[in-house]
Design a binder for this molecule. Structure first.
Ligand code: GLN
Length: 242
C-alpha cells in the first residue's frame, strides 16, 4: 500500500506588491522543510484581483513600501472576512512588516493618511519621526532567540489583550519604546523581522508546519533536520553590529 499523500497548501499573499528584504525566503523555507517533514507542499500565489483559494493551510505575507500597502489595501478589505475566519480557526500565518501592520487595525502614514488594516491583531501603527533600521534580536519562551533585520517607519502598539512574539534583546521592535516585538494571536504571527526570518529561525518555520499538519491531518511526526547551516547563520547574525 502506498503511503497517503499529505498535501499542505501554502498561500503567499501579494508577492507582487509585498515582498522585500528577502521575504520570499520564508516561503522557500516552509516549502523545503514541509517536504523534509514528509509532507507535499503546494504553493499558491495570491495577488490583487485573484480568486482567493478555497483551501489554505499556511498563509505567508511580506513587507513592502507604503505605496505597496496602498496598492493592496482595497483588495485586502475584500478578502478580510475570509482571513479573519482563517485566523480564528487557528490557521498558521506569518505576516512580516508591511502586512503585519495591515493585519492590525491600520497604518497611519507620515502625512497622516490612514491605510486600513483588517484587525486580526488588536494593534495599530503610526509612522514615527525616524526609520527603525538594523539587525535585531528578540527572545521568546516558545522559540528561543529570534534573529533578523528590521526597516520600518511604523511604530506598532499592540493592545493589552495581545501577546507579543518576543521581548527585545537589541533593536527597536514594535515601536522602540515598550521592548516588545511582533504579535502572536491564535497561530498568526506578525513581526518586523525580515532577513529572511525563517531560514535563520527554523523553530518558527516548524511551528507553522506542525500546526498546519495537526489541523489538517490530526497528527504530525517531525523529521529530525540537521540544521548546521541555520545554526551557523544564527551565530553570525547574533554577533553582527546593529
Ligand atoms: N511602510 C511600512 C513602514 O515603513 C512598512 C515597511 C516594510 O514593510 N519594511 O513602516
Amino acid at each position: 500500500m502506498t503511503a497517503e499523500k499529505r498535501t499542505l497548501t501554502i498561500v503567499q499573499l501579494y508577492p507582487d506588491d509585498m515582498n522585500i528584504y528577502g521575504d520570499w525566503g520564508n516561503v522557500l523555507t516552509v516549502l523545503k522543510r514541509a517536504k523534509w517533514h514528509g509532507l507535499e507542499p503546494e504553493l499558491i500565489n495570491y495577488n490583487v484581483g485573484d480568486k482567493f483559494p478555497t483551501h489554505v493551510d499556511i498563509l505567508i505575507g511580506g513587507g513592502g513600501q507604503d505605496s505597496g500597502q496602498l496598492k493592496v489595501q482595497d483588495d485586502l478589505q475584500k478578502i478580510a472576512p475570509r482571513l479573519r475566519e482563517l485566523a480564528e480557526n487557528g490557521t498558521p500565518m506569518l505576516m512580516i512588516c508591511g502586512l503585519y501592520q495591515l493585519f492590525g487595525r491600520f497604518f497611519k502614514t507620515q502625512k497622516g493618511n490612514i491605510i486600513e488594516g483588517i484587525g486580526i491583531f488588536h494593534a495599530e501603527t503610526h509612522a514615527g519621526p525616524e526609520r527603525l533600521i538594523g539587525n535585531i534580536t528578540t527572545h521568546s519562551e516558545q522559540f528561543g532567540d529570534i534573529v533578523g533585520y528590521e526597516n520600518h517607519s511604523g511604530q506598532t502598539f499592540i493592545d493589552s489583550d495581545m501577546q507579543p512574539l518576543g521581548k527585545l534583546v537589541r533593536g527597536a521592535g514594535n515601536n522602540g519604546q515598550d521592548e516588545t516585538e511582533g504579535c502572536l494571536h491564535h497561530n498568526a504571527i506578525g513581526t518586523y523581522l525580515h532577513g529572511s526570518l525563517l531560514p535563520k529561525n527554523p523553530a518558527i518555520a516548524d511551528f507553522l508546519i506542525e500546526e498546519a499538519a495537526k489541523k489538517r491531518f490530526g497528527d504530525f511526526t517531525p523529521t529530525v533536520i540537521e540544521d548546521r547551516f541555520a545554526a551557523k547563520a544564527r551565530e553570525i547574525a547574533l554577533k553582527r553590529p546593529r
